[in-house]
Design a binder for this molecule. Structure first.
Ligand code: ATP
Length: 531
């Protein structure tokens, strides 16, 4: 695996420079309308440092310093691990050092700390690791000074946990860091040193590692990135996490399960997962749409589902007559099957289904959120559906363009996962061989206003697509053309100003707006141009 061999660099060595972080940033998304921030398929939150300070104060008061430190270290460790997995997905095919760099870069991006490498040595195959880093601007130092004042011992507990969690995922064996100098104790900056957890005593804040299984070694070099979408129900690691946890709990019992949610959210899909995990998995899984059912149809379904599970889809559409028949079947207790039902309505608020039936079939309700409330599942579902289409059509699909990806992430999906599936299936047919799927293939002429904000190069959030940066379509070409002509900056500025003033018909205020300047700024530059 370690085609690159051991990595050793120290001091101002160029090899220790962090790579460009645009790839990591690209997946940081803000959805102000939906109350969500996502990094890849992880949901994130912005937390006040003042709130962290309050939490710290409470933890120390309630648990004492040693336990509080262990709790915060553990919390950081989990974040580091999650980012380690994210880094594998984003930089799984980059060099080992670039993959490793994602940890410090994400830590900085998340506002925790700025990291400067002092010395890094690793040999993944042999399990050798030594890393020394300087930390500036630690959010935890601020939180500690806020809550406890100046410290006698280093205080960057969460940050140490993060560095350890990330490096552990990277190396595939437990690596723990120690803070050897801390600004909260008066040092100029914090300094940390990380090494493999040896045979000696485990520091008390890392005791949880004794029971923690080792992660798989890191996928670097040319290995494919690890994914978490290979589970049975896509999204069980993200937006469907809560629903999935309930499925796992209830599947082994004989309790009826009622799946609730909008059309196309995946109720039937999840019902199948309940069946597959139940003691009746070897038996049949029968699905009937309640709205299309008559009495012989119901009796037939009851007979066919014997020994397995029966899903009554759209329970809210069952006629009163069939509701009676079902209640009767329940009371007789002679149906050897697992009852599953789905509904788009909230039946417990009253409605077309008799209370007795709701109480029986609704003994264990599981609600599935609409896709627009779990947008972090969209990339996973998209990947799965593209693979399915490529297989079904026997063609190679060239992926999706950035614009298509953005449009998919912005869309509200009234038809939920079924709609996404349909759009991908249609686009896969329309797109040419090896041509990437574009927004038009997916949405035709419908354009939804963006629900999402992106981070512009200046660090400001703005509606997606409005950033005029190096990535804007055409800008790269324009820059290339200008550089080819060796146009100097001065001449360019003058040409731009003259062009804007001409286009604005000599109106300086309007020309200034075109150029993103104030009127006095433009007037000053325009005079220089004239002179
Ligand atoms: N988590 C998921 N992973 C993969 N595919 C999914 C997932 N959820 C839904 N789908 C797919 O989306 C489509 C709609 O899902 P499903 O039929 O389960 O929805 P539903 O909620 O039962 O819809 P309805 O209310 O119309 O009966 C199906 O093709 C299904 O395979």
């Amino acid at each position: 695996m370690s085609e690159e061999g051991p990595f050793v660099a120290a001091g101002d060595d160029d090899a220790l420079r962090w790579p460009d972080s645009a790839d990591l940033l690209k997946h940081l998304r803000f959805w102000p309308r939906d109350g969500r921030i996502t990094l890849g398929d992880e949901r994130m939150v912005l937390v006040h440092v003042g709130a962290l300070a309050a939490l710290r104060r409470e933890l120390i008061a309630a648990l004492g310093v040693t336990r509080a430190r262990a709790v915060l270290t553990r919390m950081g460790y989990v974040s580091g691990q999650r980012d380690g997995e994210y880094a594998r997905r984003v930089r799984g095919t980059a060099s080992y050092y670039e993959l490793f760099s994602a940890g410090p870069q994400l830590h900085a991006l998340e506002g925790m700390v700025s990291v400067r490498p002092l010395e890094v040595q690793f040999d993944i195959e042999r399990g050798h690791y030594r890393g020394e880093f300087a930390w500036r601007s630690s959010a935890e130092v601020e939180a500690h000074l806020d809550s406890e004042g100046r410290a006698a011992e280093p205080v960057c507990w969460t940050l140490i946990g993060y560095a350890s969690g990330f490096t552990t995922v990277f190396m595939g064996r437990p690596i723990v860091y120690r803070e050897v100098a801390c600004r909260a104790c008066g040092a100029r900056h914090c300094r940390i040193v990380g090494r493999p957890l040896g045979d000696g005593p485990v520091p008390p804040e890392f005791e949880f590692l004794a029971t923690h299984p080792n992660p798989a070694p890191s996928a670097g070099g040319t290995a494919p990135a690890a994914t978490r979408d290979d589970g049975p129900v896509l999204g069980s690691a993200t937006g469907l996490r809560a629903a999935w946890a309930l499925v796992e709990r209830v599947a082994g019992s004989e309790l009826p399960v009622l799946l609730e949610g909008e059309a196309g959210v995946g109720k039937r899909h999840l019902a199948r997962a309940v069946h597959d995990r139940s003691r009746r998995a070897a038996g049949p899984f029968v699905v009937v749409r309640a709205g299309a059912l008559d009495r012989p149809g119901l009796d037939d379904a009851l007979a066919r589902a014997r020994g397995g599970s029966l899903l009554l889809a759209d329970l809210d559409r069952l006629t009163p007559d069939l509701q009676d028949r079902l209640l009767h079947a329940f009371d007789a207790g002679d149906c050897d099957l697992r009852w599953l039902a789905s509904t788009r309505l909230d039946l417990r608020r009253g409605g077309p289904v008799r209370d007795e039936l709701v109480q029986r079939l609704g003994a264990f309700p599981i609600w599935l959120p609409p896709l627009r409330e779990r947008r972090e599942d969209i990339p996973l579902l998209l990947g799965r559906f593209l693979d399915q289409q490529a297989r079904a059509l026997g063609r190679r699909l060239g992926g999706v363009t950035e614009a298509a990806n953005n449009a998919l992430l912005d869309h509200d999906y009234p038809g939920n996962v079924r709609e996404l599936w349909g759009r991908v299936a249609r686009a896969a047919v329309l797109v040419g061989d090896d041509e990437p799927i574009d927004r038009g293939h997916l949405f035709g002429g419908d354009e939804a206003p963006p629900a999402r904000l992106e981070l512009a190069p200046a660090g400001i959030l703005q509606p997606i697509g409005s950033a005029v940066d190096g990535a804007a379509p055409g800008v790269d070409d324009l820059i290339d053309a200008l550089l080819d002509r060796r146009a100097g900056i001065e001449a360019l500025e003058q040409a731009l100003i003259r062009g804007a003033v001409a286009r604005a018909g000599g109106n300086l205020a309007a020309a200034a707006r075109l150029l993103g300047l104030t009127r006095p700024q433009l007037a000053y530059r325009f005079r220089k141009t004239d002179g």
